[in-house]
Design a protein around this ligand. Structure first.
Ligand code: PLP
Length: 391
């Protein structure tokens, strides 16, 4: 095979491209995680994380992938047999529900089926909560941005439905592919536990995950009876007050986190969100210009992080991705679960410039043509016009 030149295009919806500054920060020597320098770093990080989550409450950092933070959210707040309401918005919401089930929670009664093209429906939630007059449902779990479908659920409307029903269930939200990419406000939106990961909008490699925790969630954790040891919030929060952890933290990833947070702060979160929304709009313009269909069917729910594209009948999305990888050295996201082979996903989150997106869409357009998919070449032009004209 001819050696590759230039940089690989990593356009999956996470892990995302890690900026050079972050890579450099992580290459510093590992230090004593019980020493004063490290404590100072931990205290600075815990302070700097709050604004990204939109919270003044505790944020816990785990040396784990996002799946660990899912588990932490459940085991710290719930007890065996508790009823959990969740929505089938796609692959990741289904996995989270499966985990809740495996942990001994009751998820079947309150699972709201979906078509993987829409977000969590606040109206259905309102009906379900109104019917639960005994308040048997203890938690509502929502994936903010479904990475398998490119659909972003409307969390403030979910919260409003809970408030209007006067229902005391906890609201647990997965922001693994939205935090640092799509507007999100833990405190203002009344979220009880926010679950996040390092490898997407935070522009870090995989390996860190987070729980942001409300007072109500902390109170629930005092009586929750699911078994927990490593994920237990209490010793982490106590150690964090001193700038330490009750286990060996992922020292070098934390160096990277400090740099990534500095970059997000320098750009300004509203600008970060606007950049993602603009790149998402340009991508949708390309897809529609090619004459293809965006998977997300509700204009209010388009993801700023990624776009899932439906392949026309008779064409295989995995074959297309293989052609694009081999010819243009670009990785795109596969269709997951029931969408395997039927969609491909263009990641446009994290450390991304207009020209990187333009190159990505050019690669997709050429790949579609090579794969024999009938497409209109107006797609790329439409994206370039969006990038040129919308600042
Ligand atoms: N939730 C969402 C929305 C995700 O996109 C992912 C992974 O992509 C996960 C949960 C699982 O996280 P991890 O693979 O980091 O364990």
């Amino acid at each position: 095979m001819t050696p590759r030149t230039g940089r690989h295009f990593l356009q999956i919806p996470g892990p995302t491209n890690v900026p050079d500054q972050v890579l450099r920060a992580m290459s510093a020597p590992t230090i004593d995680h019980r020493g004063p320098e490290f404590s100072a770093l931990t205290l600075r990080l815990l302070e700097a994380l709050g604004p990204v989550f939109g919270t003044t409450g505790p944020v816990l950092i785990y040396p784990a992938s996002g799946t660990g933070a899912w588990e932490a959210a459940l085991v710290n707040t719930l007890s065996p047999g508790d009823r959990v309401l969740s929505f089938e918005t796609g692959h990741f919401s289904s996995l989270w529900r499966g985990m809740a089930d495996d942990l001994g929670l009751e998820t079947a009664t309150d699972f709201i089926p979906g078509d993987w093209r829409h977000g969590a429906d606040p109206e259905v939630l309102a009906e379900r909560l109104a019917a639960d007059t005994e308040h048997a449902i203890k938690a509502v779990c929502v994936v903010h941005n479904e990475t398998s479908t490119g659909v972003a659920s409307r969390i403030p409307e979910i919260r409003r439905a809970m408030d209007e029903a006067g229902h005391p269930a906890l609201l647990l939200v997965d922001t693994i592919s939205s935090l640092g990419s799509i507007d999100y406000r833990h405190d203002e939106w009344g979220v009880d536990v926010t679950v996040a990961g390092s490898q997407k909008g935070l522009m870090l490699p995989p390996g860190l995950s987070f729980n942001a925790v409300s007072d109500k969630a902390l109170a629930a954790s005092r009586t929750a009876r699911l078994p927990k040891v490593f994920w237990d919030w209490t010793p982490v929060i106590e150690a964090n007050r001193q700038g330490s952890f009750p286990y060996t933290p992922a020292t070098n990833l934390l160096y990277g986190l400090e740099e990534a947070l500095r970059m997000l702060q320098a750009e300004g979160l509203p600008n970060v969100f606007a950049r993602h929304a603009r790149h998402a709009a340009a991508t949708r313009a390309a897809v529609r210009g090619w004459g293809l269909e965006v998977l997300c069917q509700d204009e209010r729910e388009h993801s700023g992080s990624l776009t899932a594209v439906v392949m026309p009948d008779g064409h295989d999305a995995d074959k297309l991705r293989k052609i694009i990888l081999e010819r243009f050295d670009m990785s795109l996201g596969a269709g997951l679960g029931r969408l395997a082979g039927r969609v491909f996903r263009i990641g446009h989150l994290g450390h991304l410039s207009d020209l990187t997106l333009a190159g990505t869409l050019a690669g997709v357009q050429m790949g579609l043509q090579l794969a024999g998919v009938p497409v209109d070449t107006d797609g790329l032009d439409a994206a370039l016009v969006t990038l040129r004209d919308e600042e």
